[in-house]
Design a binder for this molecule. Sequence first.
Ligand code: ARG
Length: 461
Amino acid sequence: MSQSDSSQYTWAGRFSEPMSDLVKRYTASLSFDQRMWRQDIRASLAHATMLAKQGIITADDLTDIERGMAQVAHEIEAGHFIWSLDLEDVHLNIEKRLTTLVGDAGKRLHTGRSRNDQVATDIRLYLRDAIDDIAILLDEFQSRLLDLATREAATPLPGFTHLQVAQPITFGHHLLAYFEMSRRDGERFADCRRRTNRLPLGAAALAGTTYPIDRQMVAELLGFDGVCENSLDAVSDRDFAIEFCAASALTMMHLSRLSEELVLWMNPRFGFIKLADRFCTGSSIMPQKKNPDVPELARGKTGRVYGDLMALLTLMKGQPLAYNKDNQEDKEPLFDAIDTVTDTLRIFVEMIPGITAHAENMRDALRQGFATATDLADYLTRKGLPFRDAHETVGLAVRRAEQLGLDLAQLSLAELQQFSPLIGEDVFAVLTVEGALAARNHLGATAPKQVVAAIARARRR
Ligand code: ARG
């Protein structure tokens, strides 16, 4: 191989034959790690600044590197940069172009560094930025939920267990359940960010480097909270990415549950909500159809994020210390999880204000489901009947009402008194939906008053 041919390959000195195209394609990561180019440049500039301050490269080298990197960034941004598969990944592509632009200073950039600590740093920077975007989206999603809950704080909705009408709740209360889930999701991402935000650079290939580097300085320049304390761990573990995928899987699981409810509620048998047309699609064959495609897709995409989590866990489990090329496979699942959870949250932020509640249909469903039966049992218990007996008494009353095709509140007093002499005029106050709702009046319960208070607390947080 001539000098000019071999210079194509960073490690050509040691090798006697070039790579086949197949191996090149198989080992390259360029197609998917390109997206970290900003982080790669940011980290390189911090590294070079530290090298110059420590006297490992000269101030002139640093000036050249800074000038060259500005040009590289400009070329990539403008779409003029020529990416080469021969250069395997984003790191080598950028370094090679820098060297073409500024000569020897570019060749000195890699002093005291390896692609192993470089890539680990880039991913952490990338993920940190992604988590910050997700945190903003989660906040927006939560405030959309609060807006809708405020509007529907007193709207009665059948609460289900086993997907059968159980007791009346308010739609606002139901929405606040998702608010709480989402808040915990946010906590998990914030927690994951703390462990992601540590600097691997300085670990070099695996053992550290012989140059007098200042890792603390690089950490500060890049906004890391600290450095990874063990060089072998720094270059090899990807637990932070796994944690992120776990947090993403849980977030998607919650969004998927909400999606499932939106799909059910849109079905005319429920008819509880209308979803704005822009989140639905029609059918190519059935002219009458309006399908809730967006929530269905969110439900479906949850599976791929679970897959991303499994892929990363499995990727990691068999690896001996320290870096192995297996780790190059961390990026696609991680990026997929980032993209999926980010896009899905973005969709929900837009979709929630597109929900209209059909309060009449919610109330009809409540009537058909004897939702205030527990309230009647509680009423009898308050009048001295042991709860188990009250339960049985009400069961008989429900059976009678069902035969008559009436709701409990529609039975006459005389009819109700056949089941228990303890029943009086005041029973109708507890049999109404409003009565049942207002009676559940304590922290965390569904009374409209409590829902309003919960929303106020949530807004303060
Ligand atoms: N593209 C590689 C990756 O994503 C960069 C690190 C390569 N290191 C190495 N020793 N081959 O992991």
